[in-house]
Design a protein around this ligand. Structure first.
Ligand code: TRP
Length: 337
């Protein structure tokens, strides 16, 4: 099979805060696997990041860090495209057109906006409201058909399909394909080390709640040792994880990093006290993350290295998006000179 016949993937990650184990197991690690039978665009979505206030220097730092993490985790930046969203004008261009396609009623149903805007919706940025339209533009500017995301993004992809369909219908042209989500299941979902019912998150005020990709071995050991558990030893069967969110999370992390099923992890580690399992988990985390962290450090320290990767990615992304934008302009009726 030649490269251009492979299905095209688009996915994005926001450059906000530090990258943590949840971003790695929930997203980047899956992308690394998908690159073998797809043509991939992986985007650092800085336009999405500024829908809430970002400190400019911190935004730049995080943009470099996310790109470095993708490469350090094993995404091939020559075969595939790693780039940052603001470097390719097609995203903002197409998002504007989609602002005029999507209906207020559709966006009013978006649960993530309601969560992020909180009680004071009047104070939310217009960008936060229109966030899903930009996300649709990200994907459709390349006519990508497969999008790996966590289940919290499923509603946004349904909206993207509604937009694509309405655009095609209104213009009478089959410009956009339908998008097929690749939903990364609960197995890929990493929870807080302090509360197994909450997602591991960069916005959690406690750094003890998450393992950052750049944490060293001592920090990882300490966080795992302090991770919340319950007094019972590990069960030997998966059913025994019922109602034990913290135990399930630690087993899930182990399973994710080894590509084992949680049941297989319990066959090996069941009936052990948490202290023994935590020691094994620490070793596994250090062995899995430290090569990534050191490669990230090397890339980030090398003057211009990350910028060169992103520049090359953006150049190729611009070339792929240009004919799609031309087609959209033509369909809408923008005069092309
Ligand atoms: N909204 C996604 C998230 O927060 C990030 C994102 C932006 C994205 N654009 C995308 C994901 C396009 C997939 C495809 O996780």
């Amino acid at each position: 099979m030649t490269a251009h016949t492979l299905p095209r993937i688009f996915s994005g990650v926001q450059p906000t805060g530090n990258l943590h184990l949840g971003n790695y197991l929930g997203a980047i690690r899956n992308w690394v696997k998908l690159q073998h039978d797809h043509e991939c665009l992986f985007c650092v979505v800085d336009l999405h990041a500024i829908t809430v206030w970002q400190d400019p220097a911190e935004l730049r730092r995080a943009t470099r860090e996310v790109a470095a993490a993708m490469v350090a985790s094993g995404i091939d930046a020559e075969k595939h495209i790693i780039f940052h969203q603001s470097a390719v004008p097609a995203h903002a261009q197409l998002a504007w057109v989609f602002n005029c396609v999507a209906r207020m009623g559709w966006l009013n149903r978006m649960t993530q906006f309601k969560e992020k805007a909180g009680k004071d919706r009047e104070a939310a940025s217009v960008g936060l409201y229109a966030y899903p339209n930009l996300m649709a533009a990200d994907i459709l500017a390349y006519k990508a058909t497969r999008v790996p995301v966590g289940d919290d993004q499923k509603q946004h992809l349904e909206l993207a399909n509604d937009i694509a369909q309405k655009f095609n219908h209104d213009t009478g042209r089959a410009v956009f394909p339908m998008i097929e989500p690749i939903i990364m299941g609960p197995a890929a979902r990493v929870m807080s080390l302090r509360d197994g019912t909450k997602k591991m998150s960069k916005s959690d005020p406690s750094d003890q709640s998450r393992i950052n990709l750049t944490d060293d071995a001592d920090a990882i050991a300490l966080k795992v040792r302090r991770a919340k558990t319950d007094p019972e030893p590990l069960p030997s069967e998966e059913a025994g994880l019922e109602g034990r969110a913290e135990a399930r999370n630690l087993v899930g992390i182990y399973a994710g990093l080894t590509d084992l099923h949680p049941a297989a992890v319990l066959t090996e580690h069941g009936n052990k006290p948490f202290s023994a399992f935590k020691a094994a988990l620490t070793d596994l985390l250090v062995a899995s993350l430290s090569p990534i962290a050191s490669e990230m450090r090397r890339l980030l320290a090398e003057e211009g290295a990350v910028e060169a990767i992103l520049r090359s990615g953006a150049e190729r992304a611009r070339a792929l998006s240009a004919p799609v934008i031309a087609e959209v302009e033509d369909a809408v009726g923008f005069l092309r000179t």
